[in-house]
Design a protein around this ligand. Sequence first.
Ligand code: NAP
Length: 292
Amino acid sequence: MKIGFIGLGIMGRPMALNLLRAGHQLTVWARRAESMQPLLDAGASAAASPAALAEVADVVISMVADAPDVEQVMLGEQGVASAGRPGLIAVDMSTIRPAAARAMAAHLLARGIDFLDAPVSGGEVGAIAGTLSIMVGGGVAAFETVRPAFACMGHNIVHVGDSGAGQVAKAANQIVTGVGVLTVAEALNFAARSGVDPARVREALLGGFAYSKILENHGQRMLDRNFKPGFKSWMHQKDMNIVMQSAHELGLCLPVSAATAQMYNAMVGSGLGEEDSIAILKLLERLSGVDS
Ligand code: NAP
């Protein structure tokens, strides 16, 4: 398949590399030339703009940051839509508001371009291993066309429903993971402040109902005090904001998500935005009078 890829950061770079390794013909574009270099070294071609990339691709994938970034690369000047021909499939794998994904689908469809929202879960580790969970919203025919490409990047590939449904699933995922990271940090901080080794507490909890991948992986990274992103805190703030905005639109009560969203606001406000979301442990420690 001829694939164009835009957004070669922590997630996009390994995802694009996996497409290349599987034998797809890959063209990349990034606003900074150095972001493209690892892909060019591995055999990808470079395009001069998203529009130039759309001219040579059957499927264009974006993995950028937030909705304004997706709008810029898809609909902006020199964007995918300005050159994309009918039959092209645009796939956004970033995490954005469901309503923004639905609006994007409508804009692109008016130009004969199909659009799938296909956000992911599994983090940098899953992106490198090609084991992401991919949650897809949009037409079934476009989904079936792109499925072989998804299979190079993920293991659990679910067509969730119509446009925006993938982003609804991802927002639900971020409720579970956002709250989960906070509760694991709380439990480890509680153990440490109680004078008990948090590593032994984690080990004990792993065998019972408190087991989770978050306790296993992120809990270990908290113990190692490895706050290198990973998943930047400002990105998780963005995602909790998506959850709260959607709840507001629906008139929905999400009390635990609301409290968690406040904690991610505080992380960004206190200068932890560029650190991994597990640095929420540092915030809890500061609030508990622990030097970190
Ligand atoms: P990242 O490392 O910051 O990478 C984002 C990439 O997008 C960067 O290379 C950036 O280019 C590019 N970009 C952003 N805005 C752009 C724009 N307006 N025009 C062109 N390029 C633009 O972020 P990431 O961690 O890979 O996350 C990407 C998306 O995946 C986000 O929506 C995030 O919420 C989601 N996600 C992340 C994880 C994770 O664990 N990291 C897991 C699941 C989902 P520059 O290099 O020029 O800045």
